[in-house]
Structures are given as structure tokens and as C-alpha cells.
Design a protein around this ligand. Structure first.
Ligand code: KIV
Ligand code: ZN
Length: 390
């Protein structure tokens, strides 16, 4: 198995296919700079042939990114390929992502092409591109619904013509992790020169399996994960790179691979993308959701205060987040006491016998108890008991 997994970001291409998302050039440049610092190996900056705006954006990003490869997307159409060559020509590391669909349904209804015509196109267009670009990603679109032997033939044709990275899109988010792993196994067994190119996963989240599928690909020989920040993308989105990178780190003993991702920058980049897309991250989303490191129930808060690892599998600071113990009707005396002490009250477990029932009666009527409400509760207790806890 591989010892290093790289990340290929497509927030500004597949991510921009999210309904209602249209980044401005300034937003794209800000995202590109953050991604470069985040440690991604490649940034797919757009689809240069799609519009003049896309072309200009890829061109500008190619000029500002210093570490990562800058990639433009192209259909296997000469005009698209030429647009990528031109838009990325000033990049330190230019790359093209050329794709053509290979599954029966796409061949018959979308492309109206036979298998032979598709193989010929792959051979001709990758050979043409290779004269101008060294780094070529080839994607057989809808790979997971393609006949396994035709997938092998398509990928082999691309490698023989000069592709340096093969991307396996689960375009419609259909596969289970077991099936997606098998796709890589089949390619590993049948592709001549499997180890001479890189292999990337590209998973969509239609059935909620994008992260599991990307990780299954890694377990079966993939070397790179294509994904987006916050999991944005067409329909239900793409694999969230932050989730995948965190899983690889937290379950290091299982995956046994390293990445260059600066995980502690996750919150910064997640916030930048959430702002630019006007799509706040859902509260219960893994890793970046505001509830991901929040513990409200008394049993959890008590365990957490005794040892955070009782309920936390990764430290929030590892991903640039912070833990919280919001106080509500399910909170226990231990957490309330700890909060009061942090607010400057000197209360003991004995004092809590008086304070906690009053807290409870207020909490039962509220969603969450704020610091201000706690101060009012303490005022009531101090007046009633004629003591001061400050
Ligand atoms: O999901 C997909 O198939 C794609 C291709 C362009 C690779 O995004
Ligand atoms: Zn996609």
C-alpha cells in the first residue's frame, strides 16, 4: 500500500457546480491561497472553456499559487484542451484534467459514441495534449457504472498515451465502499504499469457514502483524494476533504499513510469557503459543524470534564476548532459548577445542592443557558441564601 496520500481540491470547479454558487475572482484567489497553505497537491481552479470568466480565473490563480499544481478541466474536445493549455501556461506546475464518459448510459444517450470511438478519442486527445503538458489527469466519467473490462481498456489507453494520473469518478454517488474498493482492485490487477501513474478517488455524496468511498479507494491502492472544502459540489456534493484528512489522521493505525494537509488550518479554510458560498456548515456536520465538539448532556459533560477522551476522538485544536460545554436542561451539576468557577464564582459541590435545582428550573424553560442567565441565577441564589460566592 502507499505511504503518502495527497489531496486534489476541486472546490472551485466541481464545488462551483453547487446550485447558487458563483465565486468572484477575488474569492477564488483567496480560496486558492488558503488551499496552497493547507497543503493540497493540486487545485482545480475552473473549466477554462466554459466562459471567459472561468478562463481568466484559472489564469489568475495560475499566477498566484506557488506550491500546488494548478489544474483546468477539459472535455475531450480540442477547444477545451487548448483553453486549459493557455490558461495554465504561467503556472509553476500546470496540469490538465481531461475527461470523457465511459459508462453505457452516457455512451448511448449523451455521447452517441461506440466503445471504439471513445478509445480512439482518448488516444488521440491525450497524445495531442502530451505535446504541450506533462501532467495529465484522465477521468473516465461515470467510471463506477462502466463495464469493468471497458474501464480497464479506457484507462490503459490513457496511460499508454501519456496520462500521469488516473481519476476514478463515482459521478452519481452510487457505489458502496466495498464496490468502490473493488474497482481499484480490478484496475490494480489488470492495468499494465499501474504503479507508473498516480490514482485518485473522486466520490460524490448522493447516498452519504462519499467519505467512506474515498477511504476505501485509499485502502485499495489510490494515492490521492479529489474533493472539496465543506463537501460542496453538484447535487449532494463531493467528499469533504477535511473529513477525509481528519479520518486518515485519527485512524492512522488503520490507514497507515501520511498527508501534507495542515489540519489545524481546517477551520480557517472551512470558514472562507462557507462565507464565499453563503452556505454555513450544518451544526451536526462532522469535524467542522459547530456541534462536533460540543457536549450538552450531563453524563457526557461529566465524563468530558474528567477526561475529554471519554467523548472526543480528536482534539478540536487539531482542526483549529474549540470545544464547548453548552448548558441546557440535560446538563449536570459538574458542568454547571465548572462553568460558574470559570466565570469567577467560588462554588463547591455542597453549594451546588442549592444552586443546581434553581439552574434546572430555569433550564427546563430555555434552549440553552447563557452566561448572562447564569449570572442572574447566581444573584437569585445569593439573595436567597444571603451569601456571596464571588
Ligand atoms: O463527477 C465527475 O464525474 C466529474 C468529472 C468531471 C470528473 O466531476
Ligand atoms: Zn464530480
Amino acid at each position: 500500500m502507499v505511504s503518502k496520500v495527497t489531496f486534489y481540491d476541486t472546490t472551485m470547479r466541481d464545488g462551483e457546480q453547487t446550485i447558487g454558487v458563483n465565486f468572484s475572482i477575488d474569492e477564488k484567489i483567496e480560496i486558492a491561497k488558503e488551499l496552497d497553505n493547507y497543503g493540497v497537491a493540486a487545485i482545480e481552479a475552473g473549466f477554462p472553456a466554459a466562459s471567459q470568466k472561468d478562463f481568466e480565473e484559472v489564469k489568475r490563480i495560475a499566477e498566484v499559487v506557488t506550491n500546488a499544481k494548478v489544474v483546468g478541466l477539459a472535455r475531450m474536445v480540442r477547444n477545451d484542451i487548448n483553453a486549459v493549455i493557455e490558461a495554465t501556461k504561467n503556472a509553476k506546475h500546470p496540469m490538465i484534467h481531461a475527461f470523457i464518459a465511459t459508462s453505457p448510459i452516457h455512451r448511448e444517450f449523451k455521447l452517441h459514441m461506440t466503445k471504439e470511438e471513445i478509445l480512439d478519442k482518448i488516444k488521440a486527445d491525450v497524445t495531442f495534449t502530451k505535446q504541450y503538458m506533462q501532467d495529465i489527469v484522465f477521468s473516465p466519467e461515470d467510471a463506477t457504472r462502466t463495464e469493468p473490462d471497458f474501464l480497464v481498456a479506457s484507462v490503459q489507453t490513457a496511460i499508454d498515451a501519456g496520462a500521469t494520473m488516473i481519476n476514478i469518478p463515482d459521478t452519481v454517488g452510487y457505489d458502496t465502499p466495498e464496490e468502490y474498493g473493488e474497482v481499484f482492485e480490478n484496475l490494480r490487477q489488470n492495468i499494465i504499469g499501474f504503479d507508473t501513474v498516480g490514482w485518485s478517488t473522486h466520490t460524490h455524496n448522493d447516498l452519504g457514502m462519499a467519505t467512506a468511498n474515498a477511504l476505501a479507494g485509499i485502502a485499495h491502492g489510490a494515492t490521492e483524494i479529489q474533493g472539496t472544502i465543506n463537501g460542496i459540489g453538484e447535487r449532494a456534493g463531493n467528499v469533504d476533504m477535511i473529513e477525509a484528512a481528519a479520518a486518515i489522521q485519527v485512524r492512522h493505525e488503520k490507514f497507515n499513510v501520511e498527508t501534507d494537509i495542515v489540519l489545524a488550518q481546517s477551520k480557517v479554510i472551512s470558514d472562507v469557503v462557507a462565507r464565499a458560498t453563503c452556505m454555513p456548515v450544518a451544526g451536526n456536520k462532522p469535524i467542522m459543524g459547530r456541534n462536533a465538539f460540543a457536549h450538552e448532556s450531563g453524563i457526557h459533560q461529566d465524563g468530558y470534564l474528567k477526561n475529554p477522551e471519554t467523548y472526543e476522538i480528536l482534539k478540536p485544536e487539531m482542526v483549529g476548532a474549540t470545544a464547548s460545554l453548552p448548558l441546557g436542561k440535560l446538563s449536570g451539576s459538574h458542568a454547571v459548577m465548572s462553568k460558574l468557577n470559570s466565570l469567577g464564582y467560588d462554588v463547591t459541590r455542597d453549594d451546588m445542592k442549592v444552586i443546581f435545582p434553581i439552574f434546572k428550573s430555569v433550564a427546563e424553560e430555555s434552549d440553552l443557558i447563557t452566561d448572562e442567565q447564569l449570572k442572574v441565577i447566581m444573584q437569585v441564589v445569593e439573595e436567597k441564601e444571603m451569601v456571596s460566592y464571588q
